[in-house]
Design a protein around this ligand. Structure first.
Ligand SMILES: Nc1nc2c(c(=O)[nH]1)N[C@H]1C(S)=C(S)[C@@H](COP(=O)(O)OP(=O)(O)OC[C@H]3O[C@@H](n4cnc5c(N)ncnc54)[C@H](O)[C@@H]3O)O[C@H]1N2
Ligand code: MOO
Length: 406
């Protein structure tokens, strides 16, 4: 007798557990964008590393310019220029000024900067038309980061600001979770490469580019092998040389109840369990380890395959890469038209969500029907409408959960 189908949530946990955690390795900053930090980062230097000027102007002592104003300017001799990058800076003597540029080190003895706009811009002597309190236009050592402090937490997704910060404290590389190397293998003797002529009974192969891009979007390094025929020995022969160099094998097709289910036939009893999940689309699933390599076998129907990635693979990959947030943003929305669902299984309808200005929930309508072959209406959708397994009918205006895909 057939066993009870598994719940979406249990199967999601099964796939997540299978993938485990990607090992960490150090990568140059230029190759870290979008990756997740595997360890905390401690700042080797302070930021700023030295007291410096925030303005182009004159470094002075505040007491020397305390009474300066337009009617009563103060004139000081200029001893030297301090451009940004000057490493040896002579001290400032009382009653003198150093011409200083933005980012240049503050000379010892100076305690403030008068911006050039408040002066005549003099080179040998400068006329100062305004006062500046102690600390004006100064950027103090460690104001941003103190050497030895933690600047980035493990689990941080590395974007422009985080990479800039790592470079600013002098780091060349960072410890990150290594992207998984994924082999996407699409099976089916009916499949033909896009661009080639089609014979009756053949269709264009579309799952590999679709699945590979979905997996690349979440940070996988993907290689595709298309057109593996519905033949078990051809399947094994294709796979054998690949297994050493992959962290995850994702197949499409050949997992349901037909007479020629190549993936099921090749991997059953070899560490891969084939399961029914109480969901539509995406019911027939399989996962496990084949010769030590994690395997996730997706159903061949294009919509089923992509919805399966959304529900199971995407969160598992993001989790294995150390992301703290692994789920799509979920919102509540009102249905713009009535919907039915088979009941007994969760249903994920492709939908079009429109936020409503100034309101917490937006509105959503189905994009096409529930069929697992309806790829065009998926391509026109921006969300999945989640319908629980108890619900069979939803009236127009009913509130539903919506997973936003963009
Ligand atoms: N008797 C039953 N038949 C089916 C059941 C069932 O429970 N009992 N489940 C149905 C469901 S639900 C799904 S989903 C599919 C899954 O089938 P398979 O994973 O075995 O996939 P295939 O039969 O190989 O293909 C299904 C469909 O998708 C097309 N396909 C496959 N690969 C690609 C590709 N790379 N690019 C484009 N299109 C592809 C294929 O031509 C078929 O039309 O099984 C149902 N049947
Ligand atoms: O479960 Mo299938 O994925 O409905 O087409």
């Amino acid at each position: 007798m057939a066993s009870e189908p598994m719940s979406v949530s249990d199967y999601r946990t099964t796939v997540r557990t299978l993938l485990g955690a990607q090992p960490s390795s150090t990568r140059e900053l230029a190759h870290c964008r979008g990756l997740v930090l595997a360890e905390e980062v401690i700042a080797p230097v302070s930021l700023p590393p030295f007291d410096n000027s925030a303005m182009d102007g004159y470094a002075v002592r505040a007491v020397d310019v305390a009474d300066a104003n337009q009617d009563n300017p103060v004139e000081l001799p200029v001893t030297t220029d301090i451009p940004a990058g000057r490493t040896e800076v002579p001290p400032l003597l009382p009653g003198t000024a150093h011409r200083i540029m933005t980012g240049a080190p503050l000379p010892p003895g100076a305690d403030t900067v008068v911006q050039v706009e408040l002066t005549d811009g003099g080179i040998e002597r400068v006329r100062i038309d305004g006062s500046a309190p102690v600390g004006k236009h100064l950027r103090r050592t460690g104001e941003d980061v103190i050497a030895g402090s933690k600047i980035l937490e493990p689990g941080t997704v590395l974007g422009p600001a985080q990479l800039g910060l790592a470079a600013a404290v002098g780091l060349r590389d960072l410890p990150v979770h290594r992207p998984p190397r994924v082999l996407v293998l699409s099976t089916g003797s009916e499949l033909v490469a896009p661009g080639e002529p089609l014979l009756p009974g053949q269709i264009y192969e579309s799952n590999s580019v679709m699945l590979a891009s979905a997996l690349r979007e979440v940070g996988c390094e993907v290689r595709e092998l298309r057109f593996v025929p519905d033949d078990v020995s051809a399947f094994h022969a294709t796979l054998a040389p690949e297994l050493d160099s992959v962290d995850l094998l994702v197949t499409s097709g050949g997992v349901s109840a037909g007479a020629f289910e190549v993936v099921k036939d090749a991997l059953s009893g070899q560490g891969v369990e084939f399961t029914k999940v109480a969901v539509q689309p995406g019911g027939p699933q399989g996962c496990g380890r084949y010769q030590g390599v994690p395997v996730v076998t997706l159903p061949g129907n294009p919509v089923s395959a992509l919805v399966s990635v959304e529900l199971f693979l995407r969160p598992a990959v993001l989790g294995s890469l150390g992301h703290r947030s692994v789920h799509r943003r979920q919102v509540r929305a009102r249905l713009t038209s009535a919907l039915t669902s088979p009941g007994g299984k969760e249903q994920y309808r492709r939908g079009l969500y429109r936020p409503r200005l100034g309101e917490v929930s937006g509105e959503v309508g189905p994009s096409g029907g529930p069929g697992s072959h309806l790829l065009a209406s998926f391509a026109a959708a921006n969300c999945l409408i989640a319908i629980d397994k108890e619900t069979t009918e939803l009236a127009e205006g009913a509130e539903v959960d919506v997973l936003l895909l963009d």
